[in-house]
Write a protein that binds this ligand. Structure first.
Ligand SMILES: *[C@@H]1O[C@H](CO)[C@@H](O)[C@H](O)[C@H]1NC(C)=O
Ligand SMILES: *[C@@H]1O[C@H](CO)[C@@H](O)[C@H](O)[C@H]1NC(C)=O
Ligand SMILES: *[C@@H]1O[C@H](CO)[C@@H](O)[C@H](O)[C@H]1NC(C)=O
Ligand SMILES: *[C@@H]1O[C@H](CO)[C@@H](O)[C@H](O)[C@H]1NC(C)=O
Ligand SMILES: *[C@@H]1O[C@H](CO)[C@@H](O)[C@H](O)[C@H]1NC(C)=O
Ligand SMILES: *[C@@H]1O[C@H](CO)[C@@H](O)[C@H](O)[C@H]1NC(C)=O
Ligand SMILES: *[C@@H]1O[C@H](CO)[C@@H](O)[C@H](O)[C@H]1NC(C)=O
Ligand SMILES: *[C@@H]1O[C@H](CO)[C@@H](O)[C@H](O)[C@H]1NC(C)=O
Ligand SMILES: CC(=O)N[C@H]1CO[C@H](CO)[C@@H](O)[C@@H]1O
Length: 640
């Protein structure tokens, strides 16, 4: 610009910036010489916390974000789960609980910057690490690589997501200061730089040249070697208690200059069904955080609030170990957003480095014990097939997987007939450990047992020629980490009976979500004695009147129930499995409840309900969560 105009601009600049919030001067950059970030030209260090909007109802986003701000955080970090937003190819969900842009807006209103991690792979203990299961329709696809079909789907998705994100970048007036590319790529078996370079190009194309793009990997040479890429700022992740000099030393090998960043500093840890609840002591977290902050490092606490794996969203680790419904994570804010001792200890530690915001910390929300709710068994899965699968079954000589019948979550029923009489017990067996993940087996409505991935490969059954053999197969969540990420579900190999391969299958993809909104009663269902057939149970409860501020949050408990899925007013709350633990209660946020009418509970019990006695056939709403219940003693693997 001409000299006179420049002078005029310089004179006006502070006024414009201050009074008009001049957008064009919003910058967030890496200062390599100063080993720091610069925000609007000034040194800036973030103290951030992870919160996944996909694990918290929209109703509570503001409450949780405000609590994070009041802890002294100046930023949050969130993942974008691709499969949450694109459930089937080309169909996008971005409203209500899926409204990412609204979440970003609330974060900004509350005074928090955002570090965005849009994947496409996110890990996160989320089904298939956020990758949509429909990618597996190409059976040989190599996920997280330069596989043509994978890249085509990625490009299409990023072509929708990133332009939506762009107006929310800091430089454009929004809260997003940096964007992560992929996630811990160095931990994957594939070391495909063509893929990483391709992602970098696509991110730059959509987001422009200024935004800080970064990678995150474990603090280790091997991991950073495959995870870091020139042009993407390399950061590390590690938990409390280790040698921080050593950990950041690994980052320094790859980024000799620039800010120190721990992108995932573990405030707690994740759980698996059947394994003891994980806890990470507050003292170590506070000490390591204090150490990192005193070095001027940027830190993101993973998680600051874990939230809930509603529905079927939990992932699993390999060898197959699915995560429970709660993603509490022993984080400073509990699953239900409650303030913990860890929260206050961290706030105090942060307060030694940053000025804590003025104002009240929003209190923990009240929890109400609504009490026992009588349940009634109304039908078996088999009895409700016309509602669960109105289009009827798919015929196939051999079993098909979930993706082959375009069902990605929940349950599929596989049905065939016994070819001969089996008066003596005969071995029903899954070839190559091919049940993904659990099959509830019955013959003519008589339960025979359960086949389970990695655990039970064969059971004995009896029956006569022509009898109906049913395998109700449950997808318990896809592997979210490592080379087994392409986790096919259903019967992924043949089933044999006395070493003969069974053929002539009728395959029923089951639409539970629509069915629970309908009448699942069976007019001809009267026999309530077959308690071990997977069955639906319903009950209702009303919120008491005359008490102000109801409804409030609660927790649902399943005394003497075994394993299943639960819906509240048609919302799929998640899986319960108190006989495995450690999770015993499920979080019921108040936004699911109504005061104007009775609330409906639908329970699909897969193994054994307590409903052989009407007095014991109930669930219970309690005011205290139990996520650290007992777990079975460790057992040796059975089968094969
Ligand atoms: C931590 O690591 C650094 C760098 O590797 C090393 O010099 C130091 O001795 C270690 N400290 C402890 C307590 O092990
Ligand atoms: C599927 O199989 C059933 C029973 O074996 C048969 O009645 C029906 O005609 C078959 N349907 C198709 C579309 O092949
Ligand atoms: C299945 O039956 C056979 C005899 O037919 C018996 O040897 C075997 O122990 C049984 N297995 C189980 C798991 O019950
Ligand atoms: C219950 O089990 C009996 C055999 O024990 C069977 O004859 C009957 O058909 C089953 N009832 C239902 C509703 O599945
Ligand atoms: C089932 O067995 C048939 C016949 O041997 C074979 O062609 C088919 O590939 C097998 N299916 C699976 C999923 O393994
Ligand atoms: C369904 O079952 C519930 C509970 O048993 C009962 O109240 C209702 O009347 C039934 N509806 C139909 C259509 O049979
Ligand atoms: C659960 O079952 C056990 C054993 O049958 C019984 O003692 C207990 O009272 C039951 N609990 C409830 C809450 O019904
Ligand atoms: C509960 O279910 C009944 C039908 O079974 C329905 O009319 C009612 O709207 C449902 N209540 C809520 C709160 O969804
Ligand atoms: C008012 C203000 O913050 N001005 C800044 C605009 O950005 C430049 C370059 O980053 C800084 O030097 C100014 O201080």
């Amino acid at each position: 610009m001409p000299a006179r105009a420049l002078l005029c601009f310089l004179l006006l600049q502070p006024l414009l910036a201050a009074e008009l919030g001049l957008k064009t001067n919003r910058t967030f950059v890496i200062d390599y010489e100063g080993d720091q970030f610069l925000k609007d030209g000034k040194p800036f260090r973030y103290i951030s916390g992870s919160i996944h909007y996909s694990r918290i109802p929209r109703f509570y986003w503001k409450d949780r974000l405000l609590k994070m701000r009041m802890a002294g955080l100046n930023a949050i970090q969130t993942y974008v789960p691709w499969n949450f937003h694109e459930p089937v190819p080309g169909m996008y969900r971005f409203s209500g609980d899926y409204d990412l842009e609204y979440f970003l807006q609330v974060a900004q209103e509350v005074g928090l910057l955002v570090i965005l991690r849009p994947g496409p792979y996110i890990c996160a203990e989320w089904d298939m690490g956020g990758l949509p299961a429909w990618l597996l329709e190409k059976q040989s696809i190599v996920l997280r690589s330069s596989d043509d079909d994978y890249l085509e789907a990625v490009d299409k998705w990023l072509g929708v997501l990133l332009p939506m994100i762009k107006p929310h970048l800091y430089e454009n007036g929004g809260p997003i200061i940096s964007v992560q590319v992929e996630n811990e790529y160095g931990s994957y078996f594939n070391c495909d730089f063509i893929y990483l370079r391709h992602l970098e190009k696509v991110f730059r194309q959509h987001l422009g040249k200024n935004v800080v793009l970064f990678t995150t990997d474990g603090a280790d040479d091997d991991l950073l070697t495959c995870g870091a890429l020139q042009g993407l700022y390399a950061t590390v992740d590690f938990g409390a208690g280790g040698n921080i000099t050593e950990f950041f030393g690994y980052q320094r090998k790859f980024e000799p200059k620039g800010p120190l960043v721990n992108s995932e500093f573990y405030s707690g840890w994740l759980d698996h069904w059947g394994e003891k609840h994980q806890k990470v002591p507050t003292e170590g977290v506070v000490n390591s955080l204090t150490d990192m902050l005193s070095r001027g490092a940027n830190v993101n606490l993973y998680m600051f609030i874990g939230g809930t794996n509603f529905g079927y969203w939990n992932g699993a680790n390999s060898p197959y170990a699915p995560q429970p419904t709660s993603y509490d994570y022993d984080a400073p804010l509990s699953e239900a957003g409650d303030l913990t001792e860890k929260y206050f200890a961290l706030r105090k530690a942060i307060g030694k480095f940053e000025k804590l915001p003025e104002g009240l910390i929003p209190p923990s929300t009240p929890k109400i014990a609504y009490g026992k709710v009588a349940m009634k068994q109304i039908n078996t899965v088999q009895g409700a097939l016309n509602v669960l699968c109105p289009a009827g079954p798919i015929n196939s000589t051999f079993p098909l997987t979930f993706v082959q019948v375009k069902q990605y979550f929940g349950f599929v029923l596989y049905r065939t007939t016994l070819p001969k009489n089996y008066i003596e017990p005969v071995r029903l067996s899954s070839v190559d450990n091919g049940v993904r993940d659990r099959a509830y087996v019955s013959v003519n409505g008589v339960p025979q047992g359960i086949l389970e991935r990695n655990k039970v490969f064969a059971i004995n059954i009896t029956g006569e020629a022509g009898d109906t053999l049913d395998l109700l197969v449950e997808n318990m969540g896809r592997i979210n980490y490592g080379k087994d990420n392409n986790d096919f579900k259903g019967l992924i190999s043949n089933i044999t009976l006395d070493s003969d391969i069974l053929t002539g299958w009728l395959i029923y993809p089951l639409n539970m979500e629509d069915a629970v909104q309908q009448d699942l009663n069976s007019s001809d269902y009267s026999d309530h004695s077959n308690l071990t057939l997977p069955s639906f149970h319903v009950g209702q409860f009303s919120i008491p009147s005359g008490i102000p501020d109801l409804p409030q949050d609660t927790f649902i408990k399943f005394p003497n129930w075994t394993k299943g899925q639960v819906w509240i007013n048609g919302f799929n709350l998640g899986r319960y499995w108190p006989t495995q633990g450690p999770q015993v209660t499920l979080y019921v946020p108040r936004n699911l409840l109504v005061t104007s009418a009775p609330n409906n509970i639908t329970v699909l019990e897969l193994e054994r309900s307590p409903c052989d006695s009407q007095e014991k056939c109930f669930v219970e709403m309690v005011d205290t969560p139990v996520i650290d219940g007992p777990v079975p003693p460790k057992k040796k693997k059975e089968g094969q």
